[in-house]
Ligand binder design. Structure first.
Ligand code: NDP
Length: 316
């Protein structure tokens, strides 16, 4: 592929609520932003079904549709949205230089990193089959659908502890399946887990299969086969929903060694800001947020990045 250099005042890497919101704000501020949408245009919301907690949609909406709407809004203000990924970026000097998989070299005055995070999955075929139809990686997003029902959470860290205690407030019964005999979660979170009467920890156990029904396009989870790794015994637990909470991986490999990040790869930003350790480079959404991870908070930080990029450009 021949190489061609394109220039932009604002390069947005990654789509999803953070990236699209940054694009809307940057475009309306006349920065003529250029976005590379990434491997999964629209981000994690495109793997969910119904979204009921994003303000402004009184009847709820579908995750993929919502991301289409975000994109359309950015396009309406002439954001240059391109399919494809940025494969390399050099943030060591201005202008920043990036390379895309379409062969383009991009010269950018500011960079907004909105590459998100990827939920870790168990890797079972049945998990993929029921994803969005009873299998989820976000209790805050999907817990409501299981009000009064029985659900199962997989994991033993703070996320699993938090998700299972959150779900216990909504659901009749919550099973927390952990592969070892002690939780990794902080002592305070562990206490919450043990003090929740309708939450049962299933120790030393791994998920073998997620079981469900399938009729045409209608799919539903009915249970989970778990195996005790100490005794080798398997049993089926009847539940309507399964929440996988075994961690997320921030998609920050591309800026490793250039941007400050914590030990697991979340990009560090200044407090009350999306500024990174490099002037003119901003990070928003799940690549810098391991705490809230919501579409609405991601959109909020995307807006902050665009405003900060604009202010940076007018200050240099
Ligand atoms: P963690 O990496 O801390 O925990 C992941 C858990 O999932 C571990 O218990 C691990 O088991 C288990 N696990 C991993 N892979 C598999 C697998 N393939 N099959 C079964 N189980 C598996 O991730 P979290 O998302 O829980 O937390 C990430 C970071 O975010 C942590 O630093 C955490 O403290 C922080 N956090 C803080 C919160 C808060 O302060 N309110 C809320 C949520 C997260 P094992 O223990 O055996 O390794």
């Amino acid at each position: 592929m021949s190489e061609q250099t394109d220039k932009t005042k604002c390069l947005i890497i990654g789509s999803g609520p953070a990236g699209y919101t940054a694009a809307i704000y940057a475009a309306r501020a006349d920065l003529k932003p250029m976005m590379y949408e990434g491997l999964e245009p629209g981000g994690q919301l495109t793997t969910t079904t119904e979204v009921e907690n994003y303000p402004g949609y009184p009847e709820g909406t579908q995750g993929p549709q919502m991301m289409e709407d975000f994109k359309k809004q950015a396009v309406r203000f002439d954001a240059d949205i391109r399919p494809g990924i940025i494969t390399k970026i050099d943030l060591s000097k201005q202008p920043f230089m990036a390379k895309a998989d379409d062969g383009k070299i991009i010269e950018a005055d500011t960079v907004i990193l909105a590459t998100g995070a990827t939920a870790k999955w168990l890797g079972l075929d049945s998990e993929a089959k029921f994803n969005g139809y009873g299998v989820s990686a976000c209790a805050t997003c999907d817990g409501f659908f299981y009000k009064g029902k029985d659900v199962l959470v997989v994991g033993g860290g703070d996320t699993a502890a938090e998700e299972s205690t959150y779900l216990a407030k909504l659901c009749k019964k919550v099973y927390l399946v952990h592969r070892r005999d002690e939780l990794r979660a902080s002592k305070a979170m562990q206490r919450k887990v043990f003090d929740t009467p309708n939450l049962e920890v299933v120790w030393d156990s791994v998920v073998e299969e997620i079981v469900g029904t399938e009729e045409g396009f209608n799919k539903a989870v009915t249970g989970v086969k778990v195996k005790n790794v100490q005794t080798g015994e398997s049993k089926e637990i009847n539940v309507d929903g399964v929440f996988i909470a075994i961690g997320h991986k921030p998609n920050s490999d591309i800026v490793k060694g250039q941007l400050d990040m914590n030990e697991v790869g979340y990009v560090k930003t200044a407090s009350d800001s999306t500024k990174t350790n490099i002037d003119g480079v901003f990070a928003c959404g799940d690549v810098q947020d391991h705490v809230f991870r919501q579409a609405v908070t991601a959109a909020g930080t995307g807006c902050m990045s665009a405003i900060e990029a604009e202010r940076y450009l007018s200050s240099v």
